[in-house]
Design a protein around this ligand. Structure first.
Ligand SMILES: [Zn+2]
Ligand SMILES: [Zn+2]
Length: 150
């Protein structure tokens, strides 16, 4: 079983992750950008595999009706996203390396900042899982016949 550990900048929050992590995504949503100062790269771990080993600095900010964001009240590190579901989202910048993880996709790119480019070849989604290519083309596609090869 994989075990990774992580901590905030000052050490007032420390944790361990047991078990597989989901494919890492970069989230460009407005909330992640405002909280982190840029964008966030995160993976999810099953709730049962998420173990806090130090939580004296841990604070939770309820950022929406459905989710809260964990951060260190002492150093300000942005650590967790939790919607109360089966998994907890962990910001990968606070993990001890090597993590063995590689960024797999970009989400909420419709909310990204205009001051940076996304020029890698990874899949990009508007929202959590809507393929970006489908934006604005979904309706016209139904009337289009497959074009003959040229
Ligand atoms: Zn801290
Ligand atoms: Zn986000």
């Amino acid at each position: 079983m994989t075990t990774l550990s992580g901590r905030c900048l000052c050490g007032a929050v420390r944790f361990e992750l047991h078990g597989a992590l989901s494919a890492p995504h970069a989230c460009h949503c407005t909330e992640c950008r405002r909280q982190s100062g840029h964008y966030v790269v995160a993976s999810e771990v099953a709730r049962a595999g998420f173990a806090l080993t130090e939580d004296r600095g841990l604070k939770w900010y309820r950022s929406s009706d459905s989710a809260r964001r964990g951060f260190c009240g002492d150093c300000g590190a942005v650590l967790f996203w939790d919607d109360g579901g089966e998994a907890v989202s962990i910001n990968l910048g606070c993990l001890e390396g090597p993590t063995g993880l590689t960024l797999q996709r970009h989400i909420f790119v419709d909310e990204k900042g205009d001051y940076y480019a996304l020029d890698d070849s990874l899949p990009k989604f508007a929202g959590y899982d809507r393929p970006l290519e489908a934006e604005g083309t979904a309706k016209s596609d139904t009337t289009k016949a497959p074009s003959p090869s040229r």
